[in-house]
Design a protein around this ligand. Sequence first.
Ligand code: HSE
Length: 295
Amino acid sequence: MKVSAPATIANFGPGFDVFGLCLEKPFDVIRVKESNDVEITVKGFKVPVNPEKNAASIAATALLRMLGVEGGFKMKLEKGIRPKSGLGSSGASSLGGALAIAKLLGVESRELIIKAALEGEKAVSGSPHGDNVVPSLFGGFTILTSLSPLKVFRIDADFKLVVVLPDVEISTKKARDVLPEAVPLGDAVRNIALASSLVSALKEGDIESVGKLLDDRLAVPYRRALMPWFEKVRKAAIESGAYGVSLSGSGPAMFALGENLRDIGKAMKDAFEEEGIRAEFFIANVGRGANAEVY
Ligand code: HSE
């Protein structure tokens, strides 16, 4: 079985741990065959080759155990998503590993696939948040209401955005450790206003309004301490015409919506580089979710 599992933008502005957007690229490719042992080989970006430390094999093994299946698999992982970049790298690998085993064994339950994938996500990122694995499976824009039972609202969004990847690594664990236990009520209220309006604008296909609703008061203000360049890059994007900008997941990648995405990406890249940080950007469409095929 061969699965491609795409990158995602978790949080998508004000939807901390709830909103997720699937990108059409980059993606991880996971190939599995049944076997008695568990073996994994990795190509592309560097991630652990020890099956007990690799998100894809942890998730695949978790699904086998949940189903009570003895035995293992041979897995080949082509890592196309850069780890610790904010693009849901561990989420995509985890989802890909679980989905490949599910397809091999004819398991259709999305709840079970997500549950197994979260084992990989938790082991690697330190927390079982579902806002990367869910959009990587479902595609489009997802609103994760509950993991158990699995309840997801999906909007079939169709637009382009620019993603800027600085040459810095920030682990999700580190980016969650800086978050407070409680937030001021006014900030929570503001996020409800932003998040609910964003969903409404997205359903109407009003991307300019979506962009203008990308602020966040729950996580980004605390994470800025880890990313002192954030304000400068955000400003560069807005000054070059972006409707709005935010962190992708827990960062450091950032994304922006607007018309002239190439100019916006270039302005953001230049702002990073003025801070002495190499950066690249790419323009992506909203993705349709993970794909599985027999090969
Ligand atoms: N919602 C998660 C966070 C996404 O912001 O910590 C991490 O990829």
